[in-house]
Design a binder for this molecule. Structure first.
Ligand code: OSB
Ligand code: MG
Length: 370
């Protein structure tokens, strides 16, 4: 397809409640929305999830704005599509969130041009996805129990809690005591531990967790493989897997049984599909889809990814209302009573962006004409 213009619109969105992890606390986050319009006037949307500081990864909204404006957009001349996009930007090392935001706008656009929901366009196999919730570090264990219980009442199929040194075994023990052994529970350390903490993970083995997400270094594969030899709970990698090649190495080393695939972290839906092909189709191991507190735009892409066959655990894809007072799409993403989110019937990501609202709220904008 031939593009007429591509716009970047940066909005800041405020969370309903602060989201605290081992690397910091988020109250408000930048979202760079990518609006790609082709010659016939059809429009696709993507979202860049890079935060304002380089804490989860080295990318920030500033680095993403720079890399997209100065290096990615100039490549979008002539006939471009989502499948050919990775080759256009392959000279750019890293900056996967910047690439993903643009790539996903092209996927939404390509699916819309064919009049098909994005999830069907990428080969998804289910029309509802299992929804879990990721719960930040809480001021007290009482707060944690109250917050987790309210999400369980809403119907979320599993709970992930953030942990960090000093806030790990006790929160898990408390949740098991109060909410029982059948709650699907897992923890995410966001790389806050080292191999010298193996005893913490041995103790967590007693609580029947589904998995432990990214316990060790953000780029590490070797130490995770060593840790896996000392504990029973499966290890799930998040930060350490930036592409399908990392996934292959994680398999060869024995670093993980499961991968939390975040389309933004791996550079988009194309690389998501490659990881899925390798990890699930070839190696027979499960994935699930993680989030980065996306607005309704990025969430649409997450929902599409979660319809892939190899997604075998509930996802970090919650309803719009879990994050924001008001979303920037219509309809907002809603949780069904059975703890699922329905994959849309409408074409593309299946939700309309509230464009007037986005334009009037935008802190900055940039327009590229190929
Ligand atoms: O590690 O999965 C993570 C949010 C921001 C940065 C990192 C992570 C998270 C989450 C939230 O856990 C998942 C969601 O979008 O609900
Ligand atoms: Mg994580």
């Amino acid at each position: 397809m031939e593009l007429r213009r591509v716009e970047l619109l940066e909005v800041w969105v405020r969370l309903k409640s602060p989201f605290e992890t081992s690397f910091g606390k988020t109250l408000e986050r930048p979202a760079i929305l990518v609006r790609a319009e082709e010659r016939g006037g059809e429009v696709g949307w993507g979202e860049v999830v890079a935060d304002s500081g380089p804490w989860y990864s080295y990318e920030t909204n500033e680095t993403a704005w720079h890399v997209i404006r100065d290096f990615i957009l100039p490549q979008l001349k002539g006939d471009v599509g989502p499948r050919g996009f990775p080759a256009l930007v392959s000279r750019i090392r890293g900056h996967n969130m910047a690439k993903a935001g643009v790539e996903m706008a092209l996927w939404d656009l390509a699916a819309k041009l064919e009049g098909r929901p994005l999830w069907q366009y990428i080969g998804g196999v289910r029309d509802r996805i299992a929804s879990g919730v990721s719960v930040g570090i809480q001021p007290s264990l009482e707060d944690l129990v109250r917050v987790v219980d309210s999400y369980v009442q809403e119907g979320y199929q599993r709970v992930k809690i953030k942990i960090r040194p000093g806030y790990d075994v006790e929160p898990v023990r408390r949740l098991r005591e109060v909410l029982g052994p059948s709650l699907k529970l897992q923890v995410d350390a966001n790389a806050a531990y080292t191999l010298s903490d193996v005893e913490v993970f041995r103790r967590l083995d007693d609580f029947g967790l589904l998995m432990i997400e990214q316990p060790l270094g953000w780029r590490d594969l070797v130490d995770h493989a060593e840790l896996a030899r000392h504990i029973r709970t499966p290890i799930c990698l998040d930060e350490s897997v930036a592409d399908a090649d990392d996934a292959r190495k994680a398999y060869q080393l024995g670093s993980a049984m499961i991968i939390n695939v975040k389309p933004a972290r791996v550079g988009g839906l194309g690389e998501t599909l490659r990881i899925h092909d390798l990890w699930y189709r070839q190696l027979g191991r499960p994935i699930w889809i993680g989030g980065m507190l996306e607005t309704g735009v990025g969430r649409g892409h997450l929902v599409a990814a979660a319809t892939l066959e190899g997604v075998r655990y509930p996802n970090d894809i919650s309803a719009s209302s879990r994050y924001y007072e008001e979303d920037i799409v219509e309809p907002p993403w809603e949780l069904n009573r059975d703890g699922t989110i329905s994959a849309p019937r409408a074409s593309g990501i299946g939700a309309e962006v509230l464009e007037d609202k986005v334009r009037s709220a935008a802190k900055r904008a940039y327009e590229f004409r190929p």
